[in-house]
Design a protein around this ligand. Sequence first.
Ligand SMILES: C[S@@+](CC[C@H](N)C(=O)[O-])C[C@H]1O[C@@H](n2cnc3c(N)ncnc32)[C@H](O)[C@@H]1O
Length: 238
Amino acid sequence: MPEIEIVLVQPLYEGNIGFTARAMKNFGFTRLVLVDPCEIGDDAIARASHARDVLENAERMSLREVYDRSDLVVATTGELSKSVCTSMRMPYYRPSEIGSILEGADGRVSILFGRENWGLNNEEVSRADLICTIPTSEIYPILNLSHAVAIVCSELAAIPRGTYRLAGKIEREALIEHFGSFLERIEHPEHKRSNTLLMMRRIFGRTALTTREVSTLHGLLRRAEWHLDHRDTENDNI
Ligand SMILES: C[S@@+](CC[C@H](N)C(=O)[O-])C[C@H]1O[C@@H](n2cnc3c(N)ncnc32)[C@H](O)[C@@H]1O
């Protein structure tokens, strides 16, 4: 199973932080990360109940640090924010589908939950590799923060142990760079390159690439490059 951490982005109410810790522990998760949280006091401790340890061991860091150290970032968002996904042309997945994507993978996965008043902003969502939305009733689609955490944790609790190491951010970026130089090499229209690379970045994010797959793709690109070089040399000799 990948190392899954629950990240609360600027939570406003300590009670929700406590309930989140409790819900996490109910499903066997203990890594809680807090990004710029409200003050945490007795209310959070009371609501965490027997998950006080999760609360006390919570790490505090910036969202940037979360993105930097994670192999895969999942942003959660409610029904109202689906329009954001549509405008960014990013598909969204149910928690069970996220579970299937992560099946057999190993690595650090961060699941982001947004602020109680306005969730995650567009930039925070678009930087994530995957977007997760919990199917809810149209008459009131937005869940309480800790309830959303509980549902996601319940779906992810059962995924089998990982055997395939997820490619980390640095490895995926190196692959994107390789594709970038390849696009140049094959004279892919310059004005289309950044959009093509953005599309690839999103595909690579949502397929949860493994390190092995990354090295295979590098290998294929190198082979194609070799053939292009070879063809150029042959043409020079004609
Ligand atoms: C109270 S909600 C924020 C409400 C905000 N107006 C919005 O539309 O996202 C707090 C957080 O709970 C999570 N959440 C709430 N409902 C959700 C749903 N149906 N699917 C996925 N996450 C949900 C999201 O992380 C959200 O940022």
